[in-house]
Design a protein around this ligand. Structure first.
Ligand code: FAD
Length: 480
C-alpha cells in the first residue's frame, strides 16, 4: 500500500485534523524539537512569579496537576492543543490502577466507570513458537479521554489554571525561577514566570533524548472475527506481544490487541528501533503496513473506528539518561523515559510515579537545594531489561536469520512461563527482583546458548560491561 493510500484511510476514519497531527509528528523526525525562542532575560532572584509550577504538556502527565494543587502548589497547565484532550485507550494492570484511588484523584466508583474492559488473561506469542499465558498483567483497558477529562475537572476545582493552545517555544532559567515563552493559537507570544517547570511534552520535548523509540500505529477496530483461534479475537483475553513473521524490512514488527467496549478491539502494530534510525514519514509507512498485514494477525472485515498513533521514547540504560537543561526544569513521562524499556507502558509507570514525584517537587519548592533529577522513579530492573530492548531494536538483518529473534524471544518467554505465573507477571509489571531476573537470564541461556555471541555482537564489549554492572546493581538493590 502506498503512503498516500494509508493517509487517505486515516483521514477517512478520523478527519483531516488527525491526519495533520500524524504528519506533524512524522515531520518532527527530521526536525527534532528545539526551544529556540527564549525570553530576553532570565528572572532575577527577587522576580515575581505567576505560579509555583508550570506543567507544560497536558497529556497523561496531567495527573500531576490536581495532585500538586491538592498539596498546596499554585499550578498552571499549558498545552499546544487542549490539555486532557487525548483520544486513546490505555491498558494497565488492575493493581496499578488502584493508585488513582489511593492518590485521591478518583473514587472507586469513578475508576470502575472508566474501565471499559476487564479480561481474564493475557499472552505473548512469537512466530512459530508457543503461546505463553499470564494473568494480572495489563488486564484492564481504560477510556483515557474520559480519565483525563475527569482529572482536568478535578484540577480546575482545585484552582489549577489552564492555558490551551499554548506552545512552549523557549525558556530562560534564573536562580529561583524560570521564564517561559509561549506562542498561542493566534501566533502571539506570551511570557510566564514559574518557580519550576515540569516538562511533560512527551516525545515532543527537546529533552526526550533517550536512545530507543517505538513507533506505534493502530487504533480501535470493529468487525474482527471473534473466537478462540489464533486469528480471532477473544474478548476475555489481551494479546500483549505477538509476532506473525520474522524480521522484514530490517525490523521485528509486533502486534498488540486488547478488548475494549463490546465489539471493539484496540490493535497496535509497532517496532522497537534506535531513535536516530527512525526517519520522516515512519508512522505513515507503518500505517500502510498495518492495513496491509492486519489479515496475517486477525481475520474479519475490520473497520478502523478511531486511529491512534505516536512515537514512544524508550531508554536502554546503556547510554546517558535524558536530562533537563536546567535545575528549574523537571522531566516526567515520556520525556524522562524511565518507564519499562521492554513494555513501554508509560501509563503504569506514571501511576507509580505521580505521588512520590509530586512530594519531591513540593519539597524542592520549600528547599531550593533539593535535587530533582530524576524526579520520577526508575526501578533497578530496567537496567537489566533495557539491554533486552536494545537487542530487539537491533535484529539480525541477514535473510537466513530472519526468525532468530523470534526463536530467542520464544525461549525467553518459555523460561518466564516455567518460572510461574507470579514471576512472569512480575517481569511485565516491573516488579521482578534482581535475583529472579538473573535466574530468568540463566534459564534462557540454557535453552539458547547461542545467545552469548549474539549479545556481544549487538552490545559490544563495553555495552556488555555496562549491562553486567546494571544487572549486578539490580541484584543488590534494596528494591530487588
Ligand atoms: C498509540 C499509543 C498507544 C499507547 N498505549 C499505551 C497503553 O495501552 N498503555 C500504556 O501504559 N501506555 C501506552 N502508551 C504510552 C503512553 O501513551 C505514554 O507513555 C504517555 O502518554 C506519556 O505521557 P506524557 O504525559 O509524557 O506525554 P503525552 O501523553 O504524549 O502528552 C504530551 C502533551 O504535550 C503537549 N505538547 C507537545 N509539545 C508541546 C509544546 N511545545 N508546548 C506545549 N505542549 C506541548 C501535547 O499536545 C500533549 O498533550 C501508548 C502510546 C501510543 C503512542
Amino acid at each position: 500500500m502506498s503512503p498516500e493510500e494509508a493517509r487517505a484511510r486515516v483521514r477517512d476514519a478520523a478527519g483531516p485534523e488527525l491526519l495533520e497531527r500524524l504528519e506533524h509528528l512524522d515531520a518532527t523526525r527530521s526536525r527534532p524539537p528545539v526551544d529556540d525562542r527564549p525570553p530576553e532575560s532570565a528572572p532575577d532572584a527577587g522576580a515575581a512569579v505567576d505560579c509555583d509550577v508550570a506543567l507544560v504538556g497536558g497529556g497523561l502527565s496531567l495527573l500531576y496537576a490536581p495532585v500538586l494543587a491538592a498539596m498546596g502548589a499554585k499550578v498552571h497547565v499549558f498545552d499546544r492543543s487542549r490539555a486532557g484532550g487525548t483520544h486513546r485507550e490505555w491498558n494497565a494492570s488492575e493493581r496499578e490502577l488502584g493508585a488513582l484511588v489511593s492518590m485521591g484523584l478518583l473514587t472507586p466508583d469513578e475508576l470502575d466507570g472508566l474501565v471499559i474492559a476487564r479480561y481474564r488473561e493475557g499472552f505473548c506469542r512469537w512466530h512459530e513458537g508457543g503461546t505463553w499465558p499470564v494473568t494480572r498483567v495489563l488486564d484492564r483497558s481504560v477510556d483515557a479521554g474520559a480519565l483525563l477529562s475527569l482529572v482536568r475537572r478535578r484540577a480546575e476545582s482545585l484552582g489549577v489554571v489552564f492555558h490551551d493552545g499554548h506552545s512552549l517555544i523557549g525558556h530562560a532559567s534564573g536562580e529561583r525561577s524560570i521564564a517561559l515563552r509561549f506562542r498561542d493559537g493566534s501566533g502571539a507570544s506570551r511570557e510566564v514566570v514559574a518557580r519550576l517547570m515540569i516538562d511533560a511534552r512527551g516525545a515532543a520535548s527537546p529533552s526526550a533524548t533517550a536512545d530507543l523509540i517505538c513507533p506505534t500505529v493502530g487504533g480501535v477496530l470493529t468487525g474482527l472475527a471473534q473466537g478462540d483461534g489464533p486469528d480471532e479475537v477473544d474478548p476475555g483475553v489481551g494479546e500483549i506481544l505477538v509476532t506473525t513473521e520474522g524480521v522484514e524490512e530490517g525490523r521485528q514488527h509486533i502486534w498488540e490487541g486488547f478488548p475494549g467496549r463490546p465489539g471493539e478491539t484496540t490493535v497496535y502494530l509497532f517496532y522497537y528501533d534506535k531513535r536516530a534510525a527512525v526517519g520522516d514519514g515512519s508512522l505513515v509507512k507503518l500505517y500502510a503496513r498495518f492495513f496491509e498485514t492486519l489479515p496475517r494477525y486477525k481475520r474479519g472485515e475490520p473497520t478502523l473506528e478511531r486511529p491512534t498513533f505516536g512515537y514512544i521514547p524508550g531508554w536502554s540504560r546503556l547510554t546517558p539518561a535524558p536530562r533537563p537543561p536546567s535545575s528549574r526544569i523537571v522531566l516526567v513521562g515520556d520525556a524522562a523515559a524511565r518507564h519499562s524499556p521492554l513494555t513501554y507502558c508509560g501509563f503504569g509507570a506514571t501511576l507509580r510515579s505521580v505521588k512520590p514525584a509530586s512530594a519531591r517537587v513540593m519539597a524542592a519548592l520549600s528547599d531550593e537545594r533539593a535535587s530533582l533529577d530524576p524526579v520520577v522513579h526508575d526501578t533497578p530492573l530496567h537496567r537489566g531489561t533495557g539491554a533486552l530492548a536494545h537487542m530487539i531494536a537491533s535484529p539480525p538483518r541477514e535473510p537466513a536469520r530472519a526468525g532468530a529473534l523470534n526463536g530467542l524471544l520464544d525461549a525467553a518467554f518459555g523460561s518466564l512461563h516455567s518460572m510461574g505465573d507470579e514471576a512472569y507477571g512480575r517481569l511485565l509489571r516491573d516488579e521482578m527482583s534482581g535475583g529472579e531476573f538473573f535466574r530468568f537470564l540463566h534459564s534462557t541461556s540454557m535453552r539458547r546458548p547461542e545467545v552469548y555471541p549474539w549479545v556481544f555482537r549487538v552490545l559490544g564489549a563495553a555495552g556488555v560491561g555496562r549491562w553486567g554492572a546494571g544487572v549486578l546493581q539490580a541484584l543488590w538493590s534494596k528494591e530487588a
